[in-house]
Design a protein around this ligand. Structure first.
Ligand SMILES: Nc1ncnc2c1ncn2[C@@H]1O[C@H](COP(=O)(O)OP(=O)(O)OP(=O)(O)O)[C@@H](O)[C@H]1O
Ligand SMILES: [Mg+2]
Length: 374
């Protein structure tokens, strides 16, 4: 094995156009996954997530670009390796279990022709034990909870030891608490098995709980690819800033190409501000919108900057305040929940942005600030 083969990505998607008929709904998508890593495409409904998975699984031909698995091209215009020859497992959005088959028979289904009868039975037992369903092997899908059905679908997809596991909104039918717990369990399971996986979801908490790297997909275009921290602290554009986490965009001005000052007089950046949107340095005086996260705003009753409390939402240790500044702009603040300002009252504020991420203010996006509350 050469060095370049050892370091080649396990999954490589290169300038992929995918869609239905001749119409591309996903365009110029490129991403790579190292062996054993878990990637996630995160985006709103209809942005093309399932379309990408169908192209990788081999259910649809690709319109342009290339998909390689372990260095082997499996799809490009004129080439479509059949799904059964890609050795890719898929967990569908609705689990797609066979209702007339038992749990064990569902899991055995993907092993057909791959193992002897005894070998298959052993593998089924092993997979059911892995997902914690050994005791339910003889039940039928309608006798299981949604979370248990999801585990059967996962065991079925993992049983043939696929080269790549694709997961389409695996927990969308479950309630929020269970989703987060199962997300953590799924991550542990995939890591223990060394499975390389590509997940798609519209739920950022699910993405953060499971994935190593996340791509934000919007209208068929990949907006940014990175870790959860990079997406949150260094969002590449306004869409990512609004989609990941909560925050507000406040109008400001570039003092020089390094620091930003907010027009509101709330803060003056001392660290370099980044114009994330187009990578261009902004000249002194340029109008920008600065991303302010709720953690960046502190309540300080003696501050000269006063805002009106529009709404409060209890979050446990903290309360999320929605505040209106004198300019009319609104800003979110996450404050310790012992603060008990009444809705409608005046609150003093200090702004301490940790990451100065600025976006060029275009004529189309007029000040005052655009609230980005998710
Ligand atoms: N079989 C199809 N034929 C034609 N267009 C389709 C087909 N399936 C999906 N589309 C269109 O492709 C676009 C992307 O759909 P896709 O199913 O990939 O979105 P998604 O991100 O998975 O959405 P969701 O979160 O709702 O599952 C949508 O505009 C959709 O209407
Ligand atoms: Mg979908």
């Amino acid at each position: 094995m050469t060095r370049s083969e050892r370091t080649a990505p396990w999954l490589a998607i290169e300038r992929l156009d995918a869609g239905y008929g001749r119409k591309a709904v996903v365009e110029r998508l490129s991403l790579t996954l190292a062996r054993g890593s878990i990637g996630c495409l995160l985006g709103p409904s209809g942005c093309g997530k399932t379309t990408v998975l169908r192209a990788v699984a081999g259910f649809e031909p690709v319109l342009a670009g290339e998909i390689r698995l372990d260095g082997e091209p499996v799809a490009r215009p004129g080439l479509q390796v059949a799904p059964e020859h890609r050795r890719v497992g898929m967990v569908f959005q609705d689990h797609a279990l066979f209702p007339h088959l038992s749990v064990a028979a569902n899991v055995a289904f993907g092993l057909h022709g791959l193992r002897s009868r005894a070998g298959a039975a052993e593998r089924v037992a092993q997979m059911l034990a892995t997902v914690g369903l050994a005791a339910l092997a003889q039940r039928h899908p309608h006798e299981l909870s949604g979370g248990q059905q999801q585990r059967v679908a996962l065991a079925r997809a993992l049983a043939p030891a696929p080269r790549l596991l694709l997961l389409d909104e695996p927990f969308s039918s479950l309630d929020a608490d269970l989703r987060e717990r199962l997300g953590g369990e799924l991550r542990a399971l995939l890591k223990a098995q060394g499975t390389t996986a590509l997940l798609v979801t519209h739920d950022q908490h699910e993405a953060f709980a499971i994935a190593d790297e996340i791509g934000i997909l919007h209208a068929g275009r990949l907006q940014q690819w990175g870790s959860a921290g990079q997406l949150y602290h260094r969002p590449a554009n306004r869409f990512v800033a609004g989609f990941v986490g909560e925050g507000s965009l406040l109008p400001g001005e570039m003092l020089d190409s390094q620091t930003a000052r907010l027009e509101l007089g709330l803060a003056r950046g001392t660290r370099p501000a980044r114009c994330a949107e187009d990578g261009l340095a902004l000249a002194a005086g340029a109008a920008v919108d600065l991303l302010v996260r709720p953690q960046d705003v502190a309540v300080s009753d003696d501050s000269p900057v006063q805002a009106r409390l529009l709404a409060r939402a209890f979050r446990g240790a903290e309360t999320l305040y929605t505040l209106q500044l004198a300019s009319g702009a609104s800003v979110l603040a996450l404050v310790p929940s012992q603060h008990e300002h009444a809705v409608g009252s005046a609150v003093g504020l200090r702004l301490q942005p940790r990451d100065l991420v600025a976006y060029r203010r275009s004529a189309a996006v007029s000040a005052p600030a655009l609230a980005l509350a998710a």
